[in-house]
Design a protein around this ligand. Structure first.
Ligand SMILES: Cc1cc2ncn([C@H]3O[C@H](COP(=O)(O)O)[C@@H](O)[C@H]3O)c2cc1C
Ligand SMILES: O=C(O)c1cccnc1
Length: 350
């Protein structure tokens, strides 16, 4: 980060702990099963133990935050859907009718919607957290999406929000027509990747729409060729919901909460978070692999293996919510399964 970047971020404690890691490995090996036979669930349980600094990881009061905001870049015709769908979907979330509502109810996850910058006024609602920074970003084709002050305010607001949340697990989701474009721009810039490798159909562009979107995004990157630090890139190219999510992820990691990641857009917020506050990524569990092609690039950059591969490309936190019961299962086997000693079962070769 350059010295002119006006922001203070919390330190992230390292997750790595060789002594505890060995205890956790021993505990999983002692369970009545062939070593390693629970596959990814075993590395997941060990990661949860390392995050919580315990040999008995447990999930308490999991919280879903869906960050919503609008994008000035939609004026360039980069989404298959009109921008007015963002506030319409916020109403849908508040009425309990969206995919994330259904999955959150299924798994008893507390859900709140954060208005980071939607281009509409909402009546107060118990599940709506009004943190509107502005009524959407500027069109990044012609000017920075956010001022540096707005970007820092969004980051700090996301941090403050999480610091007031109960629980030890955060699922983040988002809603913002045009936000696959903002995410692709950030991935291309911060991952130093060709924009075409980072760009996909989002809500469902056809071939012609995809090539138009890719051309627009290339022009945006050229227009902001000087936005090179993570913070400058976030302000110039990002979205208010992405910036607020980034702050939320950093704060959550600084408090040793588990981050249960959704797909492409939330994943890009984690990439920004990792570059601003190194170590954040180690607190993340990757819920699913999104069908949006940039997500594969992102997972490669973050050296991440998602739990589920469902060919989903929705956002809202839906893929994180679907992966949630696997975290419950990881804790359940790790804490409740009998060991060879407890059960009087013979170990390998004994
Ligand atoms: C009805 C509807 C519900 C959604 N829920 C999430 N998204 C997802 O699609 C949007 C990003 O795609 P793009 O960049 O192509 O606009 C985001 O709002 C994202 O959360 C939705 C999109 C729509 C249309
Ligand atoms: O993976 C995602 O988060 C995603 C993909 C397409 C559209 N909205 C969200």
């Amino acid at each position: 980060m350059s010295h002119s970047d006006p922001i203070t971020l919390p330190a992230i404690a390292p997750v790595a702990n060789p002594v505890l890691q060995q205890q956790l490995q021993h505990k999983t090996n002692s369970k009545t099963k062939p070593p390693g036979s629970l596959g990814l669930l075993e590395s997941l349980a060990i990661q949860l133990g390392l995050i919580q600094q315990t040999t008995s990881p447990a999930i308490i009061q999991p919280q879903v935050l869906v960050f919503a905001a609008d994008h000035g870049l939609t004026a360039e015709g980069i989404s298959a859907f009109p921008a007015k769908v963002t506030p319409q979907m916020v109403h849908n979330f508040l009425q309990g009718g969206a995919a994330i509502n259904v999955f959150a109810r299924q798994h008893q996850l507390t859900l709140q919607v954060v208005d980071a910058g939607v281009n509409a006024d909402f009546a107060p609602h118990p599940q709506l957290i009004d943190r509107k920074i502005s009524k959407g970003t500027q069109n990044s084709r012609h000017q920075p999406a956010m001022t540096m002050a707005e970007c820092c305010k969004a980051l700090h607001t996301g941090m403050a929000l999480v610091s007031e949340l109960p629980g030890n697990l955060l699922l983040v989701g988002e809603m913002g027509i045009g936000n696959t474009s903002a995410a692709s721009l950030l991935l291309a810039r911060l991952g130093n990747l060709p924009v075409a490798d980072c760009t996909g159909r989002g809500t469902g562009l056809d071939d012609q729409g995809l090539s138009h979107k890719t051309r627009v995004l290339q022009a945006v990157l050229e227009h902001h060729s000087d936005a090179n630090t993570p913070l400058q890139a976030l302000a110039a190219l990002g979205g208010l919901e992405i910036a607020m999510m980034t702050g939320a992820l950093i704060q959550a990691a600084s408090e040793r909460r588990i981050l249960l990641m959704d797909g492409f857009i939330a994943g890009v917020a984690l990439l920004v978070a990792e570059q601003l506050a190194p170590g954040t990524r180690d607190y993340a569990v990757f819920g699913h692999g999104s069908a949006e092609p940039g997500h594969r690039q992102l997972l490669r950059l973050l050296e991440a293996e998602p739990l589920l591969q469902l060919n989903m490309r929705l956002g809202e936190g839906s893929g994180a919510a679907l992966a949630y019961p696997l975290l419950q299962s990881a804790c359940a086997y790790f804490n409740d399964m009998a060991s060879f000693d407890d059960a009087g079962v013979s170990g390998a070769g004994v």
